[in-house]
Design a protein around this ligand. Structure first.
Ligand code: ZN
Length: 65
């Protein structure tokens, strides 16, 4: 009985640029669980919001190029 970790090896987060074990892989980019949560909880009025959107945009741009 082999248990497989669906998060595999983790990676370098595209938002906080830190090496993290847990997170999601979006195409070639990696987003850590903390930043993912942060993005979800960030209000559109928050000054950090455009930054997150920008980072997310870069993920999509690299995915389609
Ligand atoms: Zn992160």
């Amino acid at each position: 009985m082999e248990e497989r970790n669906c998060n595999e090896t983790g990676g370098t987060c595209i938002v906080c640029s830190q090496q993290k074990e847990l997170g999601i892989r979006i195409f070639q980019s990696f987003l850590c669980t903390e930043c993912e949560r942060e993005i979800v909880q960030t209000d559109a009025q928050d000054e950090k919001y455009p930054y997150y959107i920008d980072r997310m945009k870069q993920i999509w741009m690299s995915a389609i190029s």
